[in-house]
Design a protein around this ligand. Structure first.
Ligand code: GDP
Length: 176
């Protein structure tokens, strides 16, 4: 559905406390209104350059991890062109939650063309780590999606995740 160059709708998914808001804040930058005209509380649209070409991303941080209301959650599962599936490497429950969300996404998007990146955030918290890099990588392999570890606190690999997303969206477009 997305046009070449976007805007692509990228949805942040994951358990409460894994760093979705931190990701959205980095994406929105200094929240300078000139810099990001279309930014609200939960939605931010921005043009970024990836591999020398512009791409417009609409980032949605609308996922309500607390609610058990499936009707409230479903729109998030359906409206994305791509998904960043976050967990915290310091929280095994959030890793298991990411697996459940991956399964739900597969039901909603049965064709394998929707890019998903499994993101292990908080990799700066070395001594509180509960999920190893190899577990994250193995999970991504099983779920047939990309994998990256990030630290929103250190601004490490966050833009790499967004850029990886754009590359996958472009590949998908070319292969159509
Ligand atoms: P959300 O519920 O998924 O939106 O999670 P938040 O973005 O609100 O993050 C929850 C808490 O974790 C906040 O106190 C953040 O400052 C903290 N946090 C988020 N990302 C990181 C990270 O990469 N490293 C560390 N050390 N803390 C983080």
């Amino acid at each position: 559905s997305a046009e070449p160059g976007g805007p692509y709708r990228v949805v942040l998914l994951g358990a409460s406390g894994v760093g979705k808001t931190a990701f959205a804040n980095i994406f929105a930058g200094a929240a300078d209104s000139d810099d990001c005209e279309l930014c609200g509380e939960e939605v931010c649209e921005k043009e970024i350059e990836v591999d020398g070409e512009p791409a417009t991303l609409t980032l949605l941080d609308t996922w309500d991890a607390e609610t058990d209301n499936k009707c409230a959650q479903e729109p998030c599962m359906q409206t994305g062109d791509a998904y960043l599936l976050l967990y915290s490497v310091t929280d095994r429950a959030s890793f298991l939650r990411a697996s459940e969300l991956r399964i739900s996404l597969r039901c909603v998007h049965p064709a394998q063309h929707t890019p998903i990146i499994l993101v292990g955030n908080k990799c700066d918290l070395v001594r509180r780590r509960e999920v190893s890099v190899s577990e994250g990588r193995a999970c991504a392999a099983v779920f047939d999606c990309k994998f990256i570890e990030t630290s929103a606190a250190m601004q490490h690999n966050v833009w790499e995740a967004f850029h990886g997303m754009v590359r996958q969206l472009r590949l998908r477009r070319e292969s159509k």
